[in-house]
Design a protein around this ligand. Structure first.
Ligand code: ADP
Ligand code: GN1
Ligand code: MG
Length: 358
């Protein structure tokens, strides 16, 4: 994580009017270091999000920002007639020398967005209404980008959802076993290796062209969507670092993984983790209202499988990071990654138990 003083010095590099009043740290994401500032400009308060882009994860931050500018400009045009257009899309704030990022003395890239106020984010979905709205929000986002040329996008993380690659990375971490943790996770490994072939199906069908190549967000977990706190309408999809060409099933999968879990991603008591079929129905129902018109029959048919597959890829990735010594995700305590892997495996098992009921 970056620290407060570091953030303060960086914020001064951006073109923001007024006096910096306070800075708060936001720890909701697992990747970047996020700070929220409040500025006072003659009594008018405005908030901003400042992020140090994780260079271990994003090797070419400039390319990440090129994607974000292209996509946010595209969406901004689509919402330009709405009264609340400022809440409907992320707005990048430029530096005093007109760049979309600032590079600090360590070579780290920082960016600033206008903070979208009066919204809620959830780590656990609060209601069937919110689930339906999340589905609508993701479907709508895909629709807004359906006429965006994916060929313009940089590949910010190559093979991000390639399950074959994720299993190879798990095998490498297991072989190296740098923290001597392998023995303690034999059962988890057995379960995941038993599911290997099934888990690779969606990626393989995307790669061989059976599934259409579309512009995808690739990280549609619930806390990357901002909700209206009164109506629970999904107002804005954020965290655009991984926008790349992909199959829309990556996005349906991650919204299912996060919104249909009765517990949070890092719940320590796995008996609290189960797959909520009612939430699934509300979520996918809302999603199809927006997306049905452009989906192929195969995409539609595999929505259910996509939830299982993305839950599986997260189990594999969390377990890999646990074995590798917690080098990828932000963690709050030493067991954090294995706790996360356990919830994902428990969720897969609960999906399987109820498979014929949804
Ligand atoms: P990470 O890549 O680390 O997940 P995110 O871009 O998702 O980082 O930001 C982390 C959190 O910060 C989000 O989950 C959200 O709560 C909050 N956030 C980020 N940007 C904004 C914004 N422009 N307006 C409101 N909240 C934001
Ligand atoms: C990361 O950045 P964040 O916290 O929204 C990760 C996703 C995972 C998610 C699991 C770039 O998302 O792929 O699904 O954690 N993002 C990246 O919570 O690896
Ligand atoms: Mg995020």
């Amino acid at each position: 994580m970056g620290n407060y003083d570091e953030a303060k010095a960086v914020i001064d590099q951006f073109r923001i009017d007024g006096r910096l009043e306070k800075i708060k740290v936001n720890t909701q994401g697992h990747i970047n270091s996020t700070f929220i500032s409040t500025f006072d400009n003659n009594g008018v308060k405005t908030k901003y999000t400042h992020q140090k882009i994780n260079r271990n994860v994003f090797k070419k931050p400039k390319e990440v920002m090129e994607n974000i500018l292209a996509v946010t400009n595209h969406i901004a045009q689509k919402v330009s007639d709405l009264d609340d257009r400022d809440r409907r899309v992320l707005t990048v704030v430029f530096t005093k020398d007109h760049k979309p990022f600032f590079i600090d003395e360590n070579g780290d890239y920082w960016r600033t967005y206008i903070f979208i106020e009066n919204v809620s984010t959830y780590d656990k979905i609060p209601s069937l209404n919110a689930a339906g709205n999340l589905g609508r929000g993701i479907g709508h986002f895909q629709k807004q980008l359906s006429d965006f040329d994916g060929g313009r996008l940089n590949i910010t993380i190559p093979h991000f959802h390639d399950m074959n690659l994720r299993y190879r990375q798990l095998e490498e971490a297991l072989k190296a076993d740098v923290r001597g943790r392998a023995e303690s996770v034999r059962e988890e490994l057995d379960f995941l290796f038993d599911n290997r072939e099934r888990g690779c199906r969606i990626w393989n069908a995307f790669e061989d062209g059976t599934l259409p190549n579309r512009v995808t967000h690739n990280d549609t977990k619930m806390n990357n969507v901002l909700f209206d706190p009164v109506t629970d309408e999904a107002v804005c999809v954020i965290d655009l670092d991984t926008i790349m060409p992909g199959t829309i099933l990556f996005d349906t999968g991650d919204m299912i993984r996060t919104a249909c879990n009765t517990a949070e991603e890092d719940e320590k008591d796995v008996s609290k983790v189960s797959f909520d079929v009612q939430m699934y129905k509300a979520l996918v129902g809302g999603y199809l209202e927006e997306a049905e018109s452009f989906l192929t029959p195969l995409e539609k048919e595999w929505i259910k499988e996509s939830g299982r597959t993305i839950t599986q890829i997260m189990a594999v990735r969390f377990l890999t990071d646990y074995l590798a010594g917690d080098v990828y995700y932000n963690t709050a305590y030493p067991e954090h990654n294995i706790v996360r892997a356990h919830t994902q495996i428990a969720l897969m098992k609960s999906m399987d138990e109820q498979w014929d009921n949804y």
